[in-house]
Design a protein. Structure first.
Length: 141
């Protein structure tokens, strides 16, 4: 079994919410197989396979079933409730790219992923003013 862990993400394009897939671990795949010399050489000599995580002498180490279950749960959660493509953190500096405060920089005060909105503290006339914006109206500074 081969698994490429992905999650659904939401971004705004031309004013519309667009859902797409994003890989959890870009460049990595999870493979469930019986490890013997034949399967080891098959995987090792597969095009674009550059290495393995863990193990000794380049042989891959198995991950625990608990870790597999966590990854599967993350994938299921991402399907049920897509995440925004860009994640914002409180205290992070952003630049407003759309609306009346275009080209203003500010600090993220709060983030609401359910509504795809954030509150940004923008300095206007020397005073910090909280501004409620949608994710697509800002970018990381």
């Amino acid at each position: 079994t081969i698994l490429v862990p992905t999650e659904e993400v939401v971004e705004m394009k031309n004013g519309q919410k667009v859902v797409s897939e994003r890989r959890f671990f870009p460049g990595y795949v999870l493979v469930n197989m019986v490890m013997d010399d034949d399967t080891w050489h098959l995987v090792k000599h597969t095009s674009k396979v550059s290495g393995f995580v863990g193990g000794a002498k380049n042989k891959p180490a198995p991950i625990s079933q608990a870790d597999v279950d966590k990854i599967m749960a993350q994938m299921q959660e991402g399907t049920e409730k897509p995440k925004p493509k860009t994640l914002f953190e409180v205290g992070e500096m952003v630049r407003v790219k759309e609306g009346p405060f275009t080209d203003f920089n500010g600090n993220v005060e709060s983030v609401n992923y359910e509504k795809s909105r954030l509150t940004v503290s923008v300095t206007i006339f020397g005073r910090a003013t909280p501004v409620d914006l949608e994710f697509h109206q800002v970018e990381k500074a």
